[in-house]
Design a protein around this ligand. Structure first.
Ligand code: FAD
Length: 298
């Protein structure tokens, strides 16, 4: 089913993001995690696309497993910055062949290799990819948005101007970059709507499980860490178990606040750890109106 149609029958949607296992691990090492995540009744699962298309085949294979073996809606992430038009056409054909109706259309990060030159007939940014997909396919198209602005954007207004182009090119819905301060998202939402962008926005939640993870995130996204979360990180940085527990609790309270505010969806960056997603969803089962086997018996 197309994700845009799911919003018509259910709101908010709950989704999980997983990434393909590294090339030296068999692809089916992820299937047990998918089964566990599936048992939490998500509305869809998304599968990331390794930098430069490094996991291309696995992204499609895993998305197909979710869609066809689990009978759950899947969305394949696709980045275009390192791909020729022909490569993107091949991906579109694979999606079609595998009955996958949803794609998250991304530019991707520029390769760090200084000698890199983009393919001549490729796509320079997500807008060009979205335009092409809209014109040439019947796919439901998701796009990324950045409540704290993309690191390359001059400022948040410039980023939202670019987001308007994604919407006008044919994106059907948006998924946010992770953020840790809901107030920043509420301000962003207000600005996005004032700009005339009326697409559903699914909010990305990343539970912090360890100290290294937060440093990687900060380098990648430039996210702001609110005082409340900083205190947790400082206090428990040398106590991994306590830090994980507090990180998950923080994600739960962030999720409850977003749902109370009325977001269109929650997208959990699971890091392929079903136990984390389980704890978060276990704490909002009544709020979601979904009784899992665990909450039924408790
Ligand atoms: P774009 O939207 O093309 O551009 C990024 C920013 O650059 C824009 O927001 C805008 O501010 C600026 N910009 C670009 N072109 C112009 C222009 N012509 N004029 C003005 N401003 C411009 N990466 C992966 O490699 N694999 C994944 O699976 C993956 N999944 C993701 C999922 C989500 C939900 C999110 C939020 C990000 C994901 N990423 C993934 C990271 C993403 O690839 C990077 O953030 C990348 O740097 C930008 O991709 P984009 O599609 O947002 O790019």
């Amino acid at each position: 089913m197309k994700i845009k149609d799911k919003f018509k029958i259910k709101n908010p949607l709950i989704s999980f993001e997983i990434f393909p296992p590294k090339a030296n691990y068999p692809v089916d090492t992820i299937y047990d995690s998918i089964d566990e995540l599936y048992s939490l009744y998500p509305d869809f699962m998304s599968v990331t696309y390794g930098a430069g298309g490094s996991t291309k085949d696995r992204t499609i294979e895993i998305s197909s497993h979710i869609q066809n073996k689990c009978n759950l809606t899947s969305i394949a992430h696709v980045t275009c910055i390192s791909s020729s038009r022909n490569e993107i056409n091949n991906i579109i054909n694979s999606l079609k062949k595998n009955n996958i109706h949803n794609v998250l259309a991304l530019r991707g990060d520029y390769p760090k290799d200084a000698a890199y030159t983009p393919p001549n007939d490729g796509f320079k940014n997500s807008v060009e990819l979205i335009e092409y997909l809209r014109k040439n396919t019947n796919l439901c198209i998701g796009a990324a948005c950045y409540p704290e602005k993309h690191p390359e954007a001059y400022d948040l207004n410039a980023d939202i101007d670019f987001l308007k182009r994604k919407a006008d090119s044919g994106a059907d819905f948006l998924i946010t970059q992770m953020f840790f301060d809901n107030e920043l998202f509420y301000d962003f939402y207000d600005k996005v709507h004032k700009k005339g962008i009326n697409l559903p926005i699914i909010t990305g939640i990343m539970p912090i499980l360890n100290k290294n993870q937060i440093n990687t995130i900060l380098n990648l996204t430039g996210n702001m860490i609110p005082v409340k979360l900083r205190r947790i990180l400082d206090k428990y940085e040398n106590n991994p178990v306590a830090l994980t527990e507090a990180g998950i609790s923080y994600a739960i309270s962030q999720t409850i606040d977003l749902l109370s505010w009325g977001v269109d969806g929650i997208h959990i960056y699971t890091m392929n750890k079903p136990s984390t997603a389980k704890k978060i969803l276990g704490s909002i089962s009544a709020i979601r109106g979904v009784l899992t086997n665990e909450s039924k018996s408790s």
